[in-house]
Write a protein that binds this ligand. Sequence first.
Ligand code: ATP
Length: 294
Amino acid sequence: MISVFGSANMDLVAYVPSAPKLGETVTGRAFRTIPGGKGANQAVAAARAGSQVAFIGAVGDDAFGPELRGALFEAGIDTSRLRVEPGPSGIAHIVVEDSGGNSIVVVPGANGSVTGCSAEDIEMIARSRALLLQLELPLEGVVEAARAARTAGVPVILTPAPVVELPDELLDAVDLIVPNEHEAADITGVTDPDDALKALLDRVPEAVITLGSRGALYGSRAGARLLVPAVPVEAVDTTAAGDTFVGALATARSEGRAPADALRFASTAAALSVQREGASTSMPSRAEIDAALT
Ligand code: ATP
């Protein structure tokens, strides 16, 4: 079982010819509400890739709360550690222009209340084969979850997004960090992925820098280096490619696959997801990943 300690947001997506400037009103073409949040997206990706998954987090007592829980439940995810907090659920207000560009406002809502772990959360983490973390919850909560996993000997995989200053007390408990190349550059202060990888490995034992259509770069403190090319496909929507990659990578690692094999599994899952629209809607099943691999 994999635990995800993370955010659940309702994405409120307006599709417009061009985004309004301050003080301007524009008429949109369409509007959709889509369950999202990096935590929930990684949980769904891991479940589709074949893992049993438990989600630890919070939703509000508004109308979005049951919808967010329902989306996780439908994906087969254990939501027994998903708390209901008084007030609104987390939302991401997304304006997508016809050009494909977007602007996003995230309001954390209930996610902001997850400042630590309950005894039951810690017990769930301790029973897991891996803990997935991102940074859309309060940092103190993320640190506590990471340390609970470390104490129990459970491997911790961190997606450092959105980028914040990463304290040693967090990174000391992280086994694998998976930034994209922009996040890696922000964290390390160097833009060359090889140099960024070296800098990351000063702080954590293993790192993967995802490079979009150029693939992913893996390194370990033990000296391993791998550049895993992306699977060449016609991309229609790369939303949540990174979350799909991480969910699949965690699944493969928790099954005991070696790094090269696990990275190929993750790249294949992510390549399938970029050929379909949306976030959770685009994530491939285990059968699809296995079929694409053979
Ligand atoms: P997002 O923020 O959209 O979730 P990201 O920026 O976190 O994505 P990327 O580095 O863009 O992550 O992509 C993650 C992985 O997805 C890549 O390492 C690669 O394996 C796969 N991928 C991304 N874009 C493509 C593409 N155009 N074709 C094939 N594979 C892709």
